[in-house]
Unconditional design. Sequence first.
Length: 297
Amino acid sequence: MSDLLERVAGAPITWGVDGSPGWGYLMDRDRVLREMVESGLSATELGPDGYLPTDPSELRDYLAQFDLSIVGGFVPALLYRPDQIAAQLEYVTRAARQLASTGSKVLVLGPSSHHPGYDTSVDMNADEWTAFLTNLRRLEGVVNDAGLETALHPHWGMAIETGKHIDRLLESSSVGLCLDTGHVYLAGTDPVDVARAARGRVLHVHLKDVDPAKAAQVRSGEVPFRESVIDGLFVPLGQGGVDIAGVIAALEADGYRGWYVIEQDVSLKGEPPAGEGPKTDAVASVAYLGSLAGAPA
């Protein structure tokens, strides 16, 4: 794993930037990207729709100021409701073309549910699974036409959430995965097991660590997901209950050479003082990964 740090990227959500209504305070994008670079990161995901410039030429010029590249973007799409699929695929087509224009190789698909936010879990019925898989194949065609691969992101409060959902997805489709260590752990599944079960299909990785006690409260329904995020559900890498080292070791042993994106979801109440805030945790996470870089896979 000697080149590990060369494949570590950031994500705007690590700085509290999320497109969900009322998520929290959004830091200025200039400061966010500057702090990514200062944290030792050379690439970023795109962030929510419209946070960074959407015009490809303008986006390239903007990123050049920070010497950053784009390595993917989270694109939510509701696939199990046939009456909405036309609009969903139209959005995915635009997003895929934008990502392709940046040189990105993957589109990170968020398998949306019909519920707002991430506080309500979904368990699709047989008809919904059929529609989901049919429309997933259509979406993959759109993404492939743009020159990208689809990396489906199991996510708390989305249509693919639990280990059972992931198993069925792997058995019923050939789609690639974005393995998010935090969301898989939160849903009660060991992300190391998912890394092994999805050998050859992990195309992108989101690295999150999770406070075990807060995760248990979310799983039990005692505390809603968003409230727990505000309260510090996600922590710097190496400071929670996720076996980050084990996930990386399993992936590297399987030949994974893609990006590891530090994605510590946070919600901010206001502008952090200079030198403080999310950057502090990002620096800690990069340092932790640096400590793993010389470890054998």
